[in-house]
Design a binder for this molecule. Structure first.
Ligand code: HEM
Ligand code: NAG
Ligand code: NAG
Ligand code: NAG
Ligand code: NAG
Length: 332
């Protein structure tokens, strides 16, 4: 009797200890995951981002994109951060990423700062999720509590990076299906596309709309003619296709709902942007209109959708690892 009751109290104690030592071991992310192991995490990341932004205003947008491109390939596991090696065919060289995604040096700076205060506990995948949230907030967007507790993957999948990430030339139906693969709805698609309220695109991602969109020498008819003229100047037919153009011509570095009012006046930069509003009968049209008429509605939806996207197949508990260097698998 006595031994069975002390056994059960030992079991209860062990269960409590495990629950305390391994927060999130049930596979759920938690906004308080690092509250005892790295209580300063948010201020450390914010500090590095404010510093980076002082010399590169675009970095905030770049980091939001990096989290998206991570989550759509093998889930939010920091696979996008791994460099080429004997065993790794880096996702950085996949079509949607090559010479396009950026911010890796700043992620390294964040990791170094975090390791110096809380060594070996914070994953690179969580750094991406947190950096995205803080970036949105620093640019004037919504603040939300990011669920944390992801662990880092030990593999990559370049061909999945080529096939799962949406292309700017793709039609709406095809983009919708890439989002629904991850259980992301039309509302999620429209809200998350609102990240194109800041940051830049190279000319090559949309210049097919400017000159010979239909094969008969005409531009994309859904492009505002005033905006068309402006874009033709910035991206001349014989010019460099890597010139950077602001996604949002009115408030290029602010996170606001201007992206949606731009779509309403046919000033979406990418075909994939304008399609959300200009595809006749599409369910996305009324969502664009509601975000255009209320920044508050957009901000609430954006935060909810970022949390949903950040929940794509995280590694938790004892799966994966906490990388020491975000660019390499431990021990390799
Ligand atoms: C819906 C389908 C999407 C397509 C087709 C798309 C495509 C693109 C393209 C082509 C660029 C420019 C890349 C370059 O010129 O190098 C870009 C940039 C960007 N994308 Fe998307 N994107 C999509 C959705 C998203 C989502 C869901 C997010 C985040 C939640 C996002 C965030 C960004 C940001 C912030 C930039 C600017 C990055 C910078 O300035 O460094 N995009 N996207
Ligand atoms: C960490 O937090 C403590 C107290 O909360 C504060 O004094 C210290 O400056 C913080 N360190 C960093 C790097 O933010
Ligand atoms: C990589 O992704 C592709 C495309 O989604 C898939 O067919 C393939 O099975 C994946 N490879 C591995 C090793 O998971
Ligand atoms: C998407 O939702 C369905 C139904 O709720 C569920 O069965 C499936 O596992 C989910 N898929 C992902 C990737 O979360
Ligand atoms: C094009 O943009 C102008 C403002 O720059 C706006 O007044 C006009 O309504 C837009 N045209 C269309 C067809 O959306």
């Amino acid at each position: 009797m006595a031994s069975s009751s002390s056994l059960s109290s030992l079991l209860v104690t062990t269960a409590f200890l495990l629950a305390w030592l391994l927060p999130g071991c049930d596979g759920q992310l938690s906004t308080t995951f690092y509250s005892s192991t790295c209580s300063n995490l948010t201020s450390i990341v914010s500090g590095v981002l404010e510093q980076a932004r002082s010399s590169d205003e675009r970095i905030l947008a770049s980091l939001v994109r990096l989290h998206f491109h991570d989550c759509f390939v093998l889930g939010c596991d920091a696979s996008i951060l791994l460099d080429n090696s004997d065993s790794i065919e880096s996702e950085k060289d996949a079509g949607p990423n090559a010479d396009s995604v950026r911010g890796f040096d700043v992620v390294d700076d964040i990791k170094t700062a975090v390791e110096s205060v809380c060594p070996d506990v914070v994953s690179c995948a969580d750094i991406l999720a947190l950096a995205a949230q803080i970036s949105v907030s620093l640019a004037g967007g919504p603040s939300y509590s990011v669920p944390l507790g992801r662990r880092d993957g030990t593999t990559v999948n370049r061909s999945a990076a080529n096939s799962a990430l949406p292309s700017p030339f793709e039609d709406l139906t095809s983009i919708q299906s890439k989002f629904s693969e991850h259980n992301l709805s039309d509302t999620d698609l429209v809200a998350l596309s609102g990240a194109h309220t800041f940051g830049r695109s190279q000319c090559f991602a949309f210049d097919n709309r400017l000159y010979d969109f239909d094969g008969d020498g005409n531009p994309d008819p859904t492009l505002n003619t005033t905006y068309l003229a402006r874009l033709r100047k910035s991206c001349p037919e014989d010019g460099s296709s890597t010139t950077l153009i602001d996604f949002d011509l009115t408030t290029p570095n602010a996170f606001d709902n201007k992206y949606f009012t731009n779509l309403q006046t046919n000033k979406g930069l990418l075909l994939s942007d304008q399609e959300l509003f200009s595809t006749g009968g599409a369910s996305t049209v009324s969502i664009v209109n509601s975000f255009a008429s209320s920044q508050c509605t957009f901000f609430e939806s954006f935060a909810a959708s970022m949390i949903k996207m950040g929940n794509i197949s995280p590694l938790t508990g004892t799966d994966g690892e906490i990388r020491s260097n975000c660019r390499v698998v431990n021990g390799s």
